[in-house]
Design a protein around this ligand. Sequence first.
Ligand code: ADP
Ligand code: MG
Length: 714
Amino acid sequence: MKSDSKIPVSTYFGAMTFDHKAMRAKLPKEEFTALQDTIKAGKKITAEIAGVVAHGMKEWAMENGATHYTHWFQPMTGSTAEKHDAFLSIDRDGTPIERFSGEQLIQGEPDASSFPSGGMRTTFEARGYTAWDPSSPAFLMRGGKDLTLCIPTVFISYHGEALDAKTPLLRSMEAISNSAIRLLEVLGVTDVTRVKTVAGIEQEYFLIDKKFYSERPDLVMCGRTLLGALPPKGQQLEDHYFGSIPDRVLEFMQDVEHELYLLGIPAKTRHNEVAPHQFEIAPIFEEANIAVDHNLLVMEVMRKIADKKGFALLLAEKPFAGINGSGKHNNWSIATSTGINLLDPGDTPEKNLHFLIFLVAVLKAVLKRGDVLRMSIASMGNDHRLGANEAPPAVVTVFLGELLERVLDAIESGKVDLKTEKQVLNLGLSRVPVVNKDYTDRNRTSPFAFTGNKFEFRAVGSSQAASAPNMVLNTIMAEAVDDMSDAILAKINAGQERDAAILETLREQITATKLIRYQGDNYSEALQQAARERGLPNLKNTPQSLRVLLKQDVHEMFTKYGVLSEQEIDARLHIRLERYVKGLDIEARTLQLMLKTFVIPDVSEYQGSIGNSLSNLIAVADAIGLSEGSLKSQADHLKMIAENLSTLLDMSAELDEMIEKIDSFATEFEKADYCADTLLPFMSAIRTVSDKLEQVVDRSRWQLPTYSEMLFEH
Ligand code: ADP
Ligand code: MG
């Protein structure tokens, strides 16, 4: 479908998805209703329905031009995978015919031995199953000349272990639903059948010209620059933020949005970000597993369209040192089947009380499991961002905003009389939604901020799939919600009235969770100090964060809620450590390549040229009346270059040894620690020398595109 601004988006929104409308058109009424019911109840679909749905889906896909289908899944590599099969098959009598059976729809068997399993599958049973997640609609993806029917699936082993990121997310959504329904019952709300987790995922990214990108091995191989001096302008002026969007980028955005609308992805806002060439796209929130799928598609669609438009899309968390990094703000809330957002302060005292109970449960979850939350977003790329320039710190605290702070303080200090408390809650909170709007922008430094009717987890990395952070959020919340239910029930069982039990628990838990609330500037030294005083974890890098997955009580939590088994936890730990070490190995090798084939030859050539001109000058100095002293600055300049070049050559030799050394360690943790504590700082030291040289070497001899070119030329 051609992009035409005269056609309202609503008329083609979701045209490439097998959504409600397409299903109604293609399925017999009985199967249509049965499928809708299964989706609503979050259940598995039966074989009989699957056959009919598969047929309808195939007809629809073929009418739209698809020849192939694929089970689209999220292996533990953090991206997506697909294996295409043609609808075409040959009947026994030799007739070619398009077929797509129920079995092929609900279960596929990709030869997946090359996907990481963290040791969960031995080679003889290397195949995993992919099974349709009917809650996420199938869609048609453009690629090459044709369209492919993509079926969002989970990916599991023969023995039912999750080999992907989607399965645990779905399980965590189930867990929080069960816990929240139980707490609501304790609170006296009995009409809720399901509690949904919803997420709105804001995506930040950089766009640079493809010609610069292809000339930088670090960007091509690692997605971030390993070298490069900061330009004089940088982002000091911050004139890019909310400024007008350059035309070429706007066209890119419009093409992306058009494609997203066809895929039923509700792209809502677009704007410039803080850094030059940095932008953001945000869709309207959806149920968490769909939001995560859609975010993966957003990244994929952007990558394809950027390429067509002559751009390179940079999703890395910190593509340019010293310049603002990119994140993925995960806006998260939970809502009942009766349509109530449990994190929305309501308009009645009753609703406000329920809101406060769930709010305090969030505080409890983050206080108890802040390290798990931190672990969920740990990655090589995000390590450069967390705690760096304009990014949330590695310490996780919660920002509530002034008014809520006051309300919680008042309840805690007992200034509020229990008998009249409900009345006070009413007065105090009826203004929350209005007031909080102002706060959303006021504390952009918090990694986990309450923004009126949702929490915004801002520490998620821009290139990461949002499945793990949402999975962890749901699980730690399920646990905290259960703790709240238990605490209230204990009081009721001890003979207290329900209302009194609820209010007293609220008061106790406000006190118990005080340490996690932080309203100040999270970029400041004061936060680091507060973290030390309060004993909050400050996990600086990926290997440190991944150690959280060794903790017994963390294992107990994940297994108790049926989100991850012992084996699934171990597999994830193993894969993530390995990815970290491999990633750093690649970065170090890329840096070495750049030193040897770009920086060192360029500097040598420049050194040669100024060396020559200086010796020529010395030869004629007497004749033209130059004293030795008047050549001193030129000699010093040459000396500085010669010294730094020698340093760089020595460092390059040492880097080779370091790369060799990685494999000498016995365990993955030792390798990862070595990479984090020794290799990475050494790479930064190399960069410092190289960047110093970049700033003095004749531009015509410097082959690598510079930061100025990449960030300021359009
Ligand atoms: P910001 O002020 O950070 O730019 P917005 O108010 O525009 O944020 O919302 C950011 C994201 O949060 C959007 O994706 C939006 O749809 C989503 N969002 C809004 N309400 C909720 C909610 N109740 N739960 C989860 N996400 C929400
Ligand atoms: Mg935001």
